[in-house]
Design a protein around this ligand. Structure first.
Ligand code: TXA
Ligand code: MG
Length: 323
């Protein structure tokens, strides 16, 4: 095990004191508070500008903490935790009565995960409890994947930002609902249905039940850059770009292949043809493209297929508000 950094002890002390600590995970940076402290949780909603009825994920040091947060834990939850924790998987389980309503948004379930990042794990172990943390961005904006992004989003509204470098995965965890009946994927992530099916013994379906809990990540128009963004089929990219330029718009293009022409009002940004690398880069690229001052971001639609599902989901939501 690596030596513990001095800022980990400070982070744990601040959490104990009811303060907000932003910390790295393998997916995106989280905005953390003591999940047993309703006042501290209130600071998360204030800092993010997030509606208070949206539930938060509780981050745990390891799966042995599950029983303090959930009841009626199905056997398969233990198997999934053993297979994929620490890792980018959030399990929705029936809440333990002791979990504050502020965390669950008053629902009878709770989201739990063990993040795979050494700084997060050291802090959680030192704190020895659950840390409620949404992504450390303002509500509805692009999630942060570096400490600098967190500073841009939240500035002085957070007592401390633990800098653990760029996040390895780059998009939010897969959310799997195990709170009743067959498992369902509420939010796709880079841990995909194929991997989970091996442990579950069946392929989980996507989407919540009717009357399912609210998932802010399930809102259309989420994870969005400030600049309008449009998803365009690769075959239509050049035509769409020429039309926008013809209309006097300054455009940025995110695509695996550069366009066959250049133009003074066109910025090309290369995208990876590999889904894991694309996910890793996605939010940083959207921030860069936002900063170019262009009028429109055109993104080449990703290929079909399970390995691109989570990326396609985030791109669809990021462009949903621009139509
Ligand atoms: O990768 C991640 O999951 C990151 C890192 C920081 O761990 N966190 C994250 O948190 O993405 P947030 O709050 O931005 O998104 C959490 C999602 C929300 O869409 C929320 O509605 C959903 O999890 N969620 C939390 N508890 C839930 C519950 N009990 N039932 C259904 N959805 C829940
Ligand atoms: Mg979020």
């Amino acid at each position: 095990m690596t030596a513990q950094r001095p800022d980990v002890a400070r982070a744990a002390a601040l959490l104990r004191a009811g303060e907000l600590v932003a910390f790295p995970t393998e997916t995106v940076y989280g905005l953390g508070a003591d999940a047993r402290n309703a006042l501290a949780i209130g600071k998360i909603f204030a800092a993010k500008g997030r509606p208070a009825d949206h539930p938060l994920i509780v981050h745990l040091p390891d799966a042995s903490h599950l029983e303090r947060w959930a009841v009626d834990i199905p056997e398969v939850a233990i198997s999934l935790a053993a297979a994929f924790w620490p890792g980018p998987l959030t399990l929705i389980l029936k809440r333990h009565p002791s979990v504050p309503d502020a965390v669950t948004g008053g629902q009878d379930t709770v989201g739990l995960r063990v993040p795979d990042h050494p700084l997060a794990l050291q802090t959680l172990r030192e704190f020895d409890g659950g840390v409620a943390a949404p992504s450390a961005n303002r509500f509805g904006r692009v999630s942060p994947t570096t400490a600098a992004h967190v500073r841009e989003e939240l500035g002085d509204n957070v007592a401390m930002i633990l800098d653990g470098g760029p996040c390895a995965v780059g998009i939010e965890s897969t959310i799997l609902d195990l709170s009743g009946g067959a498992a369902r994927i509420l939010r796709p992530g880079m841990l995909d249905a194929v991997a989970m099916a091996v442990v579950l013994g069946y392929a989980p379906k996507f989407g919540g039940q009717q009357n399912a809990p609210r998932v802010s990540g399930s809102l259309e128009s989420h994870y969005a850059p400030r600049t309008p963004m449009q998803l365009v089929a690769v075959a239509a990219l050049e035509k769409t770009a020429r039309e926008a330029l013809g209309a006097g718009r300054r455009i940025a293009v995110l695509a695996a292949q550069p366009l066959a022409f250049s133009h003074g009002s066109l910025v090309y940004c290369p995208a990876s043809a590999d889904p894991a690398q694309f996910a890793h880069d996605l939010y940083a690229r959207l921030r860069e493209l936002d900063a170019t001052g262009c009028d429109l971001i055109l993104v080449a639609a990703p290929p079909a297929g399970e390995s691109w599902r989570a990326v396609a989901d985030r791109l669809r939501r990021a462009s949903a508000g621009s139509k």
